[in-house]
Design a binder for this molecule. Structure first.
Ligand code: HXC
Ligand code: NAP
Length: 271
């Protein structure tokens, strides 16, 4: 893959899966921009992207819950790096919590980050997308398709993200903009996987549900994003692509039950 001369923007690109995606595009010679809330994480990532091979790399801080800050940040990236060839929207927050036991604000926090954050990123980036040719990749999760106990907030948010993908593929497809989602399965060594499988026992049981017999690596997701961002995918839009070792084919599985069991045992079986 050669992304020389292309501008790639990764929102939430400063740790875990999204940072892996940013580094993959950097290795392919792109100009990179990343954004998240933490200046330290942004600085560290920008340095790593330059080392990885980015022709230029910039970073800035904003919270995706703030639409004005997102729009302003994306305008700054456009001024620095030009029109966006690839936009990856991956900022997200998650914690395991039963619906009856979490506050309204807790539920709303995940909706605000994952779902509304995606809306803010899409709308903020819209004026700066290369047309024709831009590729948008929203980072979703298995919870979009599969109900997991203790994850109603994430299930609702990520299902919404994927419906935005499908709908904007219609609305923006006429301008030559492609919009797709990638659904990572459980990815090794990441914050998201640690929060849902905090014990070796949970990790072992969740892994046993993956037909390919392992959790994914960040590179597995990054490779799918390189493909979707490239001309090889020039007729692919409106797709929600699982990169999950066929986890989806097993249904909600152990994760669907065990997160709820874990939470109920902690709360004394209240709900
Ligand atoms: C119940 C909780 C909670 C928990 C927070 N809250 N953690 N409720 N159980 N474990 C509640 C708080 O009490 C508060 O409600 C509300 O949520 C907001 O919490 P804050 O701490 O004020 O929020 P904030 O500082 O904005 O942080 C957002 C966050 C945090 C989501 C809570 O964890 C975060 O920044 N996460 C980013 C990193 C992350 O989550 N990465 C994993 C992504 S993985 P009240 O009512 O008290 O005000 C993913 C999918 C993985 O997205 C899929 C794997 C298969
Ligand atoms: P992570 O390391 O916690 O990455 C989240 C990124 O988003 C960080 O760069 C974080 O940086 C940023 N971020 C979080 N809240 C933000 C906010 N309000 N505004 C701006 N930036 C924010 O998580 P991960 O586990 O790698 O997950 C990355 C993506 O993959 C998420 O979309 C997640 O839903 C999805 N996913 C993960 C898994 C998995 O196994 N891990 C599985 C399926 C899907 P700051 O903290 O600096 O803001």
């Amino acid at each position: 893959m050669n992304f020389a001369g292309k501008t790639v923007v990764v929102i939430g690109g400063t740790s875990g899966i999204n940072r892996g995606i940013a580094e993959a595009f950097a290795s392919a010679g792109a100009k990179l921009a990343v954004a998240s809330r933490s200046q330290d994480k942004v600085d560290d990532t920008v340095a790593a992207l330059k080392t990885a091979g980015a022709t230029e790399a910039v970073g800035l801080t904003f919270d995706v819950r703030d639409p004005d800050a997102v729009a302003d940040g994306l305008a700054q990236i456009n001024a620095a790096l030009g029109e966006f060839d690839v936009l990856v929207s991956g900022a997200a927050g998650n914690f395991p919590a039963l619906t009856a036991e979490m506050s309204v604000n807790a539920f709303k926090t995940v909706i605000d980050i994952d779902l509304m954050g995606t809306v803010h990123v899409m709308k903020g980036a819209y004026p700066f997308l290369k047309r024709p040719g831009a590729s948008i990749i929203n980072i979703s999760a298995p919870q979009s398709w599969l109900p997991y106990e203790g994850q109603a907030h994430v299930c609702a948010a990520k299902a919404g993200v994927d419906q935005i993908t499908r709908t904007l593929a219609l609305e923006w497809g006429v301008e030559g903009i492609r919009v797709n989602s990638v659904v990572p399965g459980f990815i090794e060594g990441t914050e998201g996987a640690k929060r849902l499988a905090p014990s070796p026992d949970a990790e072992k049981k969740f892994k046993a549900d993956v037909p390919l017999g392992r959790w994914g690596q960040p590179e597995d997701v990054a490779n799918a994003c390189l493909f979707l961002g490239s001309d090889m995918a020039s007729y692919i839009s409106g797709t929600v692509l699982s990169v999950d070792g066929a986890l989806y084919q097993r249904g909600s599985g152990q994760a669907g039950r065990m997160i709820g069991q874990m939470l109920r045992s902690m709360s004394g079986g209240k709900s």
